[in-house]
Design a protein around this ligand. Structure first.
Ligand SMILES: [Mg+2]
Length: 257
């Protein structure tokens, strides 16, 4: 069977280099056999993904969703790869960065993220210096709510808040790509560790939550109906490997690979 695996990077694949090396080898073997389409779905910029493939042992993917699902890139990846124009244009039609920026005015302690994480389709800040980060996030959520046909708020790790186009995010970006590439018949497994990954679990039935996941993801995943979520015993890439064996994407290992 052909599977599509969509995984977050930081804290899901990274965190235990030995485990990642083992998983990456098995994913590479499956891809070489044509059994697997691998998607990495991340808050990182493309350059950081390309760098991670060289320095951190990230497996080579077929596609990468960068900047929390606002940019889609197809392999082979290099730093100058162009984001998929159809996705970019679809999102630009509903998003005004200027308007998104206004939802953040006057929030005490809010710090904008570096310019490289603020793009024409993503407005991102840190709330961990706010007196009460949760309250600040809730206030921004209230401001954006009347415009939910065009914007969404992603709150993650008690620190990162993104205002994205309503139709973007990790889950919808993967769905768009699957439809675009005609992969609808292939079963999908997603994997993640924090709040911005819930969009993948909402969009697809099967998911792997690694043992080191933040409570925000565990709570939201447990609340999903009609979902088949596997809560791994192991953290990081070891947990992803365990989950992929559980769903039959990877065969149960019978010993050292
Ligand atoms: Mg993560």
């Amino acid at each position: 069977m052909n599977w599509t695996v969509a995984s977050d990077i930081d804290g899901t694949l990274t965190g235990d280099r030995g485990a990642l090396d083992r998983l990456a080898l098995r994913l590479r073997q499956s891809r070489a056999l044509g059994d697997l389409c691998l998607i990495l779905s991340t808050g990182r910029r493309l350059e950081q993904v390309v760098q991670g493939m060289a320095d951190e042992g990230l497996p080579e993917p077929d596609y990468v969703m960068c900047q929390v699902g606002t940019e889609i890139y197809q392999s082979p990846l290099h730093e100058a790869s162009e984001a998929l124009p159809a996705w970019r244009e679809k999102l630009l039609a509903q998003y005004s960065r200027q308007e998104a920026r206004r939802f953040l005015t006057g929030i005490e302690g809010l710090v904008m993220q570096p310019d490289i994480f603020n793009t024409e389709l993503k407005t991102s800040c840190f709330l961990d210096q706010c007196p009460e980060p949760e309250t600040a996030a809730a206030e921004i959520g209230r401001r954006v709510a009347p415009y939910s046909d065009r914007y969404q708020v992603i709150w993650s790790s008690g620190r990162d808040l993104d205002i994205l186009p309503a139709d973007s995010g990790k889950g919808k970006a993967i769905r768009f790509l699957i439809e675009q590439e005609g992969l609808e018949d292939e079963p999908v497994v997603v994997a993640g560790d924090t709040g911005n990954d819930i969009a993948m679990f909402e969009e697809f039935e099967r998911g792997v939550v690694v043992a080191n996941a933040k409570p925000e993801l565990v709570e939201q995943a447990r609340a999903l109906k009609d979902s088949d979520v596997y809560y791994a015993q192991q953290p990081f890439a070891g947990g992803v490997e365990e989950g992929l064996e559980h769903f039959g994407v990877l065969r149960q290992s019978t010993g050292p690979v």
